[in-house]
Design a protein around this ligand. Structure first.
Ligand code: FMN
Length: 350
């Protein structure tokens, strides 16, 4: 199966299925001499762990990372960094009833059509579990970009139709939805409760920001910074739409409104979201990812079985009600990888 590697210089390959013995990542191209410990990675993994909040899958995974290679005496040595996270709380019995049946909205049917065989237990490779490996690799990327003063952070902008009205960065880590507006976060909690009672699920919007990014990162023409960011986030399950800066709203503006005027001291607005012609302009990068509702729901739905016969399906087992907030550290990880890759690409020419 190809398509499991991302990046040009800072290259990340992930492997593993939801109900296999482990998931993991190989990070190649990381510069030598970078201080790296399992604690650096563990801190990020703990933010993504299941079973840590209302509406989150009750699967209780420890998500302990083991560094298998590429680090000696607390520093990277320039060789591939092998990262392993064992799957300890696998409960494949939850999936027995789904052995010959396709869940609407999930990858069961498309994987079956592509390969003629699929691991139905927990979504296999299409499971959110795979993203643990991305978070581990993203923690390495985060250290690479931190040396250049680049920081990535993300938060909930909208959940189940409830949108943020106020912004306080200090508020983000204080509520379970990583939402910069405490009142909106309360309403989001009510939406989750109601969806759980209905046996249904919800979607939402994550906003990611990159601060401290120098001008000049991004490549013409296929590897533009915005193109790579969109691909990075679109490669996550549930992400169905991406906006950069003014995003779709720019289509309704006139040029005089959408352009960011330039003064001797810098740009006077940031509707471009920090990127012009695919190259960073030194302003904050602003990206939004729209996530669809989690496909596995208890509410009965129409589907078919392996023989094409109509069936009704109600998906039990351990599932998230909304991919938010668990997807937030994953979005950050993907953006960190893109920034690390482009930073190293720029260094190779300058
Ligand atoms: C962090 C994370 C957790 C997820 N948890 C679940 C889950 O518990 N149940 C489920 O059915 N899908 C879950 N998903 C979503 C599926 O992986 C995704 O919807 C599926 O692969 C189909 O891909 P698509 O949504 O991009 O079409 C999760 C995704 C992510 C990123």
């Amino acid at each position: 199966m190809s398509g499991n590697t991302f990046g040009v210089i800072f290259r990340v390959t992930t492997w593993g299925e939801s109900h296999g013995p482990a998931v993991g990542a190989v990070v190649d191209g990381c510069p030598p001499g970078l201080e790296l410990s399992s604690d650096d990675i563990q801190g990020q993994l703990n933010r993504r762990r299941p079973g840590t909040g209302q509406g989150s899958s009750p699967r209780q995974e420890e998500d302990r990372v083991e560094i298998l290679s590429g680090v000696y005496q607390g520093r990277t040595i320039g060789t591939p960094i092998g990262l392993l996270i064992r799957n300890r709380e696998v409960k494949s019995s939850d999936y027995e009833s789904l052995e010959d049946i396709f869940r609407p909205g999930h990858g069961d049917w498309t994987y079956f059509k592509k390969y003629g065989i699929w691991d139905h237990r927990g979504g296999g490779r299409a499971s959110g579990r795979e993203t643990a490996a991305r978070v581990a690799a993203g923690a390495v990327a985060r250290k690479v970009i931190a040396r250049a003063g680049i920081e990535v952070f993300a938060y909930t902008l909208e959940l189940g139709g409830t949108a943020v009205e106020d912004f306080s960065r200090a508020e983000i880590p204080k509520n379970r939805f990583l939402c910069p507006d405490s009142r909106a976060a309360e309403k989001m909690g009510e939406r989750i409760k109601a969806a759980m009672v209905e046996g249904d699920s919800l979607g939402g919007v994550v906003e990611v920001r990159v601060t401290g990014c120098p001008p000049g990162l991004g490549e013409p023409v296929f590897d533009k910074m915005d193109a790579d960011l969109a691909k990075a986030l679109m490669s996550l399950g549930t992400v169905k739409g991406i906006e950069i800066g003014a995003g779709l709203e720019a289509a309704r503006m006139k040029g005089s409104m959408s352009n960011d005027p330039i003064a001797p001291g810098g740009f006077m607005a940031n509707r471009a979201g920090g990127i012009l012609a695919g190259i960073t302009n030194g302003e904050e990068i602003v990206i939004r990812a729209a996530c669809k509702p989690i496909p596995s729901i208890e509410k009965e739905q129409d589907t078919i079985d392996l023989h094409g016969k109509p069936r009704r399906v109600s998906v039990g087992g351990r599932h998230d009600v909304c991919v938010i907030p668990r997807i937030i550290p994953v979005c950050e990880a993907m953006v960190c990888m893109v920034m690390a890759d482009h930073l190293l690409r720029q260094k190779s020419i300058s």
